[in-house]
Design a binder for this molecule. Structure first.
Ligand SMILES: [Zn+2]
Length: 285
């Protein structure tokens, strides 16, 4: 075996070691750090979101819509003729340009992308009176970041998204909720064969993640004295709705009854969006 062949074999085996794989992943991250100016959507042109991609992102975020229908873990509200999930407004469907930009911002350190997302937060909050049929003034309660998430990212994405201008009549309530310290019970207490209990278990299982703080009690009492404000929960992404549910229930434990929720991106079933949008009728998608 010649020297070059031995070298080739050596390199070949080296790239499959855990250390080499770790190095490769570190190198990818380093590349991201060294090339922070490339567009998060096309990866080719300059800018956090390049001038070519910005209109596509804006189009993805143009039309807030009611998104609660596919979120099985949302709390139910008793309405006639049947119970319905609590109402949620989303700025975009998860899966498009908006969610790619959100992930780059949240998990890949592209913090400057937030300025392309804040106008969508503004628009979604601004659509609440029309889409949810409730009136201001409004208090928006951000879903609390976990300590681990904050350490990993060095920022709280939800707070950052709410850090831009808000529509008139909106204020952010900070520090109303905290994570409970004790670990969650993850195993179900007992299994059941009854169909239809799964979503009920999910609804109840998420109840204890957050707790109301003393600040909530103090500020809620003051707000009640000064006349009512509509309280709206805010999160970046909704999948099943379990995080919104936990937030919702913690607020209720603190004596606050939220009127609805707003998210930047919501996971929706194909064909389920189109009704309830600001400008759309049925069958838009
Ligand atoms: Zn681009």
């Amino acid at each position: 075996m010649g020297t070059s062949q031995r070298l080739a074999n050596l390199l070949d085996s080296a790239v499959h070691t855990p250390a080499a794989r770790g190095l490769a992943s570190a190198s990818r991250e380093l590349t991201g750090l060294l090339l922070p100016s490339l567009c998060v959507l096309c990866g080719e042109r300059d800018g956090a979101v390049c001038p070519g991609c910005a209109p596509h992102l804006a189009a993805d975020l143009l039309q807030p819509f009611r998104a609660e229908r596919d979120a099985a873990a949302l709390p139910l509200r008793f309405t006639q003729p049947a119970s319905a999930p609590v109402p949620v407004v989303a700025a975009a469907r998860y899966g498009g340009e908006a969610s790619r930009a959100l992930l780059a911002f949240k998990d890949h350190g592209r913090t400057s992308v937030v300025r392309f997302l804040r106008p969508a937060v503004y628009r979604a909050l601004g659509s609440v009176p029309e889409l949810l049929g409730i009136q201001g003034p409004f208090t928006v309660v951000p879903v609390p970041a976990s300590a681990a998430g904050f350490r990993r990212r060095g920022l709280d994405p939800v707070e950052e998204l709410l850090g831009g201008p808000l529509p008139p009549g909106w204020t952010v309530a900070r520090g109303w909720l905290a994570h409970r310290r004790r670990p969650l019970l993850t195993a179900p207490r007992h299994r059941t064969s009854h169909a239809g209990t799964g979503s009920r278990q999910r609804r109840s299982g998420s109840r204890d993640r957050f707790r109301p703080t003393r600040r909530l009690s103090a500020e809620a009492a003051e707000a009640a004295r000064n006349g009512g404000r509509s309280v709206v929960v805010f999160d970046d992404v909704m999948t099943t709705g379990s995080t919104l549910a936990a937030t919702w229930l913690a607020l209720e434990h603190g004596g606050i009854r939220p009127a609805g929720a707003v998210v930047l991106a919501a996971v929706t079933a194909p064909g389920s969006v189109g009704d309830g949008g600001l400008n759309s009728g049925w069958g838009t998608y």
